[in-house]
Design a protein around this ligand. Structure first.
Ligand code: ADP
Ligand code: MG
Length: 763
């Protein structure tokens, strides 16, 4: 190796080998440096005439040759034996240590490594006087290097996308755009990477900026496919705006963003992609993502759905709720709302659209001429409703492959499960994928979802993806990214501790970190956002601090510390179960909608809530459960009552079945008998209208419990008989009844909690 190193990426300089030490003196004039750079980058012997013409082309020949001789002399003082000079030619040994050569070698081997070189800074600010030939060489060399660099960035960005490392891909795309701001492909990757990492706003901003650059620079428009990409992203109304950390300096309320790129899950991602491709090729597929609460099922699915959307999918998303709200079909109805603006919907035959309006009255907004579907007369007609919904999805899927995603399948009602099963069989040869997440720990053996899962698993087209907790290394990667930690020592210890305490469950990891922040055992640098452990004696640091007794305690501790108004609002949202819009919050709390939204946002900022299209709900079912558990029965009852009365005030005169069910449930639990009675009857009618007879009967159970006086009871009894007849049940064979809605039996999360304290003691 040479006894010196040449740095050409940046202002050129000769330095000690292997290091960016101060430039070594001795090289002197810039033409000498230029000569060294040229000989290094253009290996092989060069004639003296060529070199003289390159650097001193404007001088007479003899003067040029003399200057070259002098320069070679000075050069030898630096290069020693590496410089080989004879009468006719000059050459430099290949062994010269030079960053540009390092880059070229890396480019052959490992694009991601080569991408780290700052190639656009090649010979930055370097200029020679009277050396036109050198200037030409420099321009061509720079061009060629940038070209190579773009190749490298392209490969690195694509590779990062392939590994679903969106943020890394975004970094490479940004660098690429810095070299070539008009590159369509770089823009596409930048847009995709921003969107896939959850920042839809940034993705659309990238597109707008590119559009502007193109218009100014070349007076043209972006390519049609890029426009389509931006449109597809723009359509994703479900994408939530990423909550940005708002570190308010000096305030102990500053909460960093506990958000990392998707860590690990490479194998699962490949499985998902495979399943998706098979579905898109035209054969229905089922994918069940299974795992305990907090292990990252929703996260994996959501990230994947964004990717599928970019692949051209129509995505329909619905979810089951844990708060004993099994309103029939509600997860599918939520998902089906996605078809309202999906391409292809208009291809559904009118007859089937009419059937589908039983569950999706909003279809009338788009197709006002649709007639009312007839009231159910024969339980045998129930298939018509299922078929109607199938036809709607088929029409949409004929336009673009479609994903039907149901989060938390374990909480889905019987009607939803039966319908999903029907759809699966109906879609046999259609480009549809049914994705669902499932928490087996919360699945009762005889729950409808348990039966559905058993049936689905038996299908050849079903893939089950079990999700395991993260490894210690993955927890470290998560913490390193969230905390922008550069120094591995302390960070690794924190990760090790967090992994021990939480077993690698990412939700628990995040909750634990939040608790450490709330207790001042970790802090974020107000300038950089980087995490640091405040300088405290070892005995008081997080390493020694007792961990909260359980994850529930960790959350409860944070909730207790909230300002009263926020805690109050959070309680309402937790009790509301399916989420609460600002108008509901404003009614319940007697405040302006603006104020309610401001408080809601403050809770989003604290990672306790998420907001989607103006509706707030708890960021995780475990949070909702903790908040509900902390309320006294009297308080819970009052909240149900207030929610019921507010929903009634807000509701338009024509209450849908779904809303009626919600009102009835809250009124029932809030002791508002009259409202419970009235809305349970509406919910019952709506359920029966959708052939959900069992649900209709259980609403009638609520009504009979709330009925006052014999007349009302008689009315419920008559209705019950009617539904039983409709359902085709004779007097003798009463249908199996589910536990009454008002019995208050506890479903939902009843998990064995993680005992943080017990484990912490072992550490
Ligand atoms: N692989 C992962 N990488 C980074 N963060 C993750 C990962 N898996 C889960 N998380 C985070 O952990 C939290 C809980 O995940 P979530 O998907 O809600 O769990 P589940 O749906 O299984 O209950 C979320 O904040 C999520 O962003
Ligand atoms: Mg989930």
């Amino acid at each position: 190796m040479s006894g010196f190193a040449l740095r050409l990426l940046g202002p050129p300089k000769v330095v000690e080998p292997r290091g960016d030490a101060a430039p070594r003196p001795g090289i002197g004039a810039s033409k000498c440096l230029a000569l060294l750079a040229y000989l290094t980058l253009e290996p092989g012997p060069h004639t003296r005439e060529e070199l003289a013409a390159l650097l001193w082309g404007d001088s007479p020949d003899s003067a040029a040759r003399a200057s070259l001789r002098q320069a070679l002399k000075r050069l030898r003082a630096v290069t020693g034996d590496l410089l080989r000079v004879d009468r006719a030619t000059v050459a430099l040994s290949e062994a010269v240590d030079c960053d540009v050569k390092d880059f070229m070698r890396a480019a052959e081997r490992e694009p991601a490594e080569a991408a780290r070189f700052h190639v656009p800074r090649f010979l930055e600010g370097f200029a020679l006087r009277h050396a036109a030939a050198f200037d030409d060489w420099l321009a061509a060399k720079r061009q060629a290097l940038l070209h190579r660099y773009e190749d490298v960035l392209r490969a690195a960005a694509r590779d990062a996308l392939g590994r679903s490392q969106w943020r890394e891909a975004a970094v490479w795309a940004e660098r690429w755009l810095a070299c070539n701001p008009l590159s369509d492909e770089a823009t596409r990757i930048a847009i995709e990477a921003a969107y896939l990492s959850g920042d839809r706003g940034a993705a659309l901003a990238q597109f707008a900026a590119y559009e502007g650059r193109l218009a100014r620079g070349a007076g043209v428009k972006p390519s049609a496919s890029l426009v389509e990409l931006a449109q597809r992203i723009g359509e994703d109304a479900t994408a939530k705006a990423p909550a940005r950390p708002r570190a308010r300096a000096g305030s102990d309320e500053a909460v960093p963003a506990f958000e990392a790129s998707l860590v690990g899950r490479e194998r699962e991602w490949r499985q998902l992609a495979e399943v998706w491709r098979a579905a898109a090729a035209g054969s229905v597929q089922v994918m069940l993502i299974e795992g305990e609460a907090g292990v990252g099922k929703t996260r994996l699915a959501e990230d994947f759905l964004r990717w599928a959307r970019l692949e051209g999918a129509t995505v329909l998303r619905g979810r089951g709720y844990d708060a004993q709200t099994d309103i029939p079909y509600s997860p599918v109805v939520e998902a089906l709302r996605g078809v309202l603006d999906a391409p292809g919907l208009a291809g559904t035959p009118a007859e089937w659209l009419t059937e589908a309006t039983r569950l999706l009255p909003d279809l009338r907004k788009r197709f006002p001429a649709l007639p009312q579907p007839p009231a159910p007369a024969d339980p045998g007609d129930r298939w018509r409703l299922s078929e109607g919904l199938a036809q709607v999805i088929l029409a949409v899927a004929a336009e673009r492959p479609t994903v039907l995603f149901i989060d938390d399948l374990q909480w889905c009602d019987g009607e939803t499960c039966a319908l999903l099963h029907f759809l699966m069989r109906r879609f046999e040869r259609s480009p549809v994928a049914l994705f669902a997440t499932l928490n087996l720990g919360e699945l009762e053996r005889d729950a409808p979802a348990a039966r559905l899962c058993r049936a689905l698993r038996a299908e050849a087209r079903a893939t089950v993806v079990p999700l395991a907790p993260l490894s210690q290394d993955e927890v470290w990667r998560m913490i390193r990214e969230m905390g922008r930690i550069d120094t591995p020592v302390g960070g690794r210890r924190l990760a090790q501790r967090a992994h021990e305490v939480t077993d690698g469950n990412p939700f628990y990891v995040i909750e634990l970190l939040k608790t450490l922040f709330a207790r001042g055992l970790l802090a974020a640098d107000p300038e950089t956002g980087a995490w640091l452990a405040p300088q405290v004696p070892e005995a008081e640091s997080y390493k020694a601090a007792p961990m909260p007794g359980s994850v529930h305690d960790a959350i409860a501790q944070r909730v207790v510390k909230l300002p009263y108004e926020l805690r109050d609002l959070l309680a309402t949202i937790a009790v509301a179960g399916r989420g609460a819009a600002t108008d509901l919050l404003s009614h319940v709390h007697g405040m302006s909608r603006l104020r309610a939204a401001a408080l809601g946002d403050a809770l989003v900022e604290r990672r306790l809530l998420v907001e989607e299209q103006g509706v707030y709900r708890c960021a995780h079912a475990v949070i909702a459960e903790v908040v509900r558990d902390a309320l006294t029965p009297a308080r819970r009852r009052e909240l149900h009552r207030a929610i019921a009365l507010s929903l009634i005030t807000i509701a338009a005169p024509d209450v849908t079945g779904e809303l009626a069910g919600e009102i009835a449930r809250h009124a029932d639990r809030g002791g508002e008998r009259a409202a419970a009675y009235r809305y349970a009857l509406i919910a019952s009618d709506a359920a029966a209208g959708g052939y959900a007879f069992e649900e209709a009967l259980s609403w009638l159970d609520v009504a009979v419990g709330a009925a006052t006086g014999a007349a009302e009871t008689d009315d419920v009894n008559r209705r019950t008989a009617r539904v039983l007849a409709l359902a085709g049940w004779s007097e003798g064979g009463a249908p199996p009844r589910r536990p009454s809605r008002s019995s208050g039996t506890r479903r939902g999360i009843d998990r064995r909690d993680v005992d943080l304290e017990g484990r912490a003691e072992r550490v």
